[in-house]
Write a protein that binds this ligand. Sequence first.
Ligand code: PLP
Ligand code: TYF
Length: 395
Amino acid sequence: LFGQVEPFAGDPILSLNDSFKADPRSEKVNLSIGVYTDENGRIPVLGAVKAGHERVGFAGRPYLPMEGHAIYREGVQKLVFGAGHPAVADRRVATIQTLGGTGAVGIAADFLAKHTPGRTVLVSDPTWENHHGLFQRAGFETATYPYWDSASRSVDFDGMIKALEAAENGSIVVLQPVCHNPTGVDLDERQQDAVTDVLIAKRHIVVFDMAYQGFGNGLDEDAAFVRRYAERASCLVANSFSKNFSLYGERCGGLSVVCRDADEAERVLGQLKLAVRRSYSSPPMTGGLLVATVLGNDDLRAQWAGEVGTMRTRMDAMRKRLADEIRALSNEVDVGFLLNQRGMFSYTGLSEAQVRAMRERDGVYLVGSGRMCVAGLNEANVPKVAKSFVEAAQA
Ligand code: PLP
Ligand code: TYF
């Protein structure tokens, strides 16, 4: 019956993570998968989440509504758009609880496939690979807009603008507003505004995918692009709590659709619920209750915001430490990229062969594209990573 079924090659990043776990060397360093680990190399349990867990305990487990927990959805709106945002005040935002950021992008794709079918979907080159996969699964063809300029190790802004202008009116454009995966480079405020002008003039449908809110400059600062855009036009916003709540396995995220008015938002919410009903009926409760409890309580929310700041500060410090260590070993390796890029990832510019050499010789694991997860760095492993990096870069 299933004789023709093709083998699945596996997800390259998850496979690399498995190879890391199987590597017997004790001095190995995992800078591959996008997971935040603390100074001791562990995935942290945030204090605010632990306190939330104690508060909610374990009571009955009825089904949640299709759209998720009401306090959770309110929390998403406040976090993504800010408390006083006009779209929220006008009740023009339809928000649902989703299965992580992946589930949010997936439901966005399903929703758009039904209500705006046949459009071209443009994602950045490069991007999180699943952007292609999720929109293709929903029936779209995907194409790319230029994003990364390897010569300057920054955004190919002119290329991006030209591609958005050249695209058919009303195309679907997926944008990562902050801490771009995999490059670590973001648009600055002037560039964001220029891109916004083009997107609105072309009546493109924008899907923001914000998986790292709080890891760039701050929770509010990181949402500024989305907030300004949503003051000017309708859009979809996927957000993830996997990283900033350190709740990877709980699958917590949100999808918000900014609409023209409250009536439209009500109907859009209905269609999002229908998409959920046809896919998995309703979201799971445990992780959602934790997030809702933290976001819905002023003290816990403030504690959480502080802990997000601690994660961000540590990653920034590790970027600087690695740059210093590399400079101490060699004047010939340019480390500016480590300091200009933000969030969990840095595109190093290393080739696949150089990345392989670091992995095989030194047990330092980066993704084949040259992406380094800086959250895997700590005081103990930075010297080793710096030495491995310099040797690979100069080979
Ligand atoms: N979008 C981007 C850009 C990501 O980098 C990731 C995860 O790494 C996701 C979405 C998925 O997030 P989640 O793990 O919450 O599904
Ligand atoms: O880019 C990353 O590292 C994350 C990790 O199914 C990831 O996207 C990779 C595959 C996956 C879930 C998370």
